[in-house]
Design a protein. Structure first.
Length: 127
């Protein structure tokens, strides 16, 4: 990896690098990885342009001073964060909907059994 590539890549995924310095387990790690992957994907056009220009340090510094280029890569990082957060919320919502459907199915089956066999006797509690 050339120094120019390393400099440009470090600036383009800087938000993820800052977040990854804080050790996190669980869902925060998932969001950081999604942000990193999206940030790297958003950096590909800039890196391709740098490599076409020779991948020098001066070319990398010139590209860093172009705000739209950095903004595009940081927007990709933000999109990765957003997808990571939404994925967790969506998975919880789907699990809640599945549990509610299972609860309704069990209640319907219990009602059918009570209709066929009569009501259940009271539960005996142990003291």
């Amino acid at each position: 990896m050339s120094p120019g590539t390393a400099i440009l890549l470090a600036v383009l995924v800087a938000p993820v690098l800052l977040v990854s310095m804080f050790p996190e387990d669980g869902p925060g790690r998932r969001v950081a990885l999604a942000s990193l992957l999206f940030g790297l994907a958003g950096s590909v056009p800039a890196l391709a342009q740098l490599w076409d220009g020779g991948a020098t340090v001066s070319a990398a510094l010139a590209m860093i001073h172009r705000p739209l280029l950095v903004f595009a890569a940081w927007t990709a990082v933000l999109a990765g964060w957003f997808v990571g957060e939404i994925a967790g919320i969506t998975m919880k919502l789907v699990a809640d909907l599945n549990a509610a459907a299972k609860r309704r199915a069990c209640a319907a089956e219990l009602a059918a059994l009570e209709e066929e066999w009569g009501t259940l006797p009271p539960m005996i509690t142990l003291k």
